[in-house]
Write a protein that binds this ligand. Structure first.
Ligand SMILES: [Fe+2]
Length: 271
């Protein structure tokens, strides 16, 4: 089975929320989607880990849905901090079985894989948090045994990447508690995240975690411990999304799939 993991499109139709999103992000995402759709052997499912929009208007989500249309396979998504939770829920209510309540949480299944859509947002603001209600939800879900793999989708990374600026606008609470819940889970669990805008992987409390990069803008690998308040500069690096190859033996290999993109234009000004 092949699973594509893509993150942080930051699609905007009129005004972008962040300054760094390349202005041609719509054709860029079209090219990435075409690459996923054309990959052979065919990708079975696509996982999108937040910041689908950069502002989160209904027009943004109409554009996102239009861009995803060429995908012949199912996709699953969670919101990021540049989405708007309510608009996101409304835009995808026909696809993801959101539970009642104030968060965007859902459980679904795809060919024997349990998919948990987890909501890490603290609106408004760039950071994330896991409150008692959401921790109880994930604990309840992971206390129910599942024969196959479970994929947990969340925008904010569960582990500290060492990129201090991004870690500083990551999960402000609930990280340790989530780690304990994950460590207790005995089945196969993979966690897919975004937010960092560069690819990263970690074995965290026994689970494989992958963070997919972003085509909207890429940040330099800044691991300086004193750079917590210093936003890393943009990186001039190739773009890749991830393809997870799940072998019949159960082995999971994570491959970067490079997509050649046009030179980004100059960043557009802050909204
Ligand atoms: Fe993002």
């Amino acid at each position: 089975m092949l699973i594509a993991h893509i993150s942080d499109f930051h699609i905007f139709t009129e005004t972008s929320e962040t300054s760094l999103v390349r202005p041609d992000i719509i054709p860029v995402v079209r090219r990435i989607i075409d690459d996923v759709a054309a990959f052979r052997p065919a990708v079975d499912a696509v996982m999108l880990t937040g910041d689908l929009a950069d502002g989160g208007t209904m027009a943004d989500y109409a554009t996102v849905r239009e861009l995803l249309k060429p995908l012949p396979m199912p996709f699953f998504a969670v919101p990021g901090n540049h989405d708007k939770r309510e608009a996101f829920r409304a835009a995808f209510a026909d696809l993801f079985p959101f539970e009642d309540g104030r968060f965007a949480l859902y459980e679904t299944e795809f060919r024997g894989i349990r998919i948990l859509g987890f909501d890490t947002l603290t609106e408004p603001g760039p950071g994330g948090a896991l409150c008692r209600e959401r921790l109880a939800w994930i604990e309840r879900k992971l206390s129910q045994p599942w024969e196959g793999a479970t994929i947990l989708l969340m925008h904010h990374a569960p582990y500290l990447t060492g990129i201090r600026f991004l870690d500083g606008i990551g999960l402000a609470s609930g990280r340790r508690e989530l780690g304990e819940i994950v460590a207790r889970y005995k089945g196969e669990l993979r966690i897919l995240a975004g937010h960092i805008h560069r690819p990263s992987q970690c074995c965290w409390n026994g689970a494989l975690v992958t963070i997919a990069g972003s085509a909207a803008f890429k940040i330099e690998l800044d691991l300086h411990p004193d750079h917590g308040s210093l936003e890393p500069p943009q990186a001039d690096e190739p773009y890749a999304y991830f393809i997870h190859h799940v072998d019949v033996s159960g082995d999971v290999a994570v491959h970067p799939r490079y997509v050649r993109l046009p030179e980004p234009g100059k960043g557009i000004s802050h909204a």
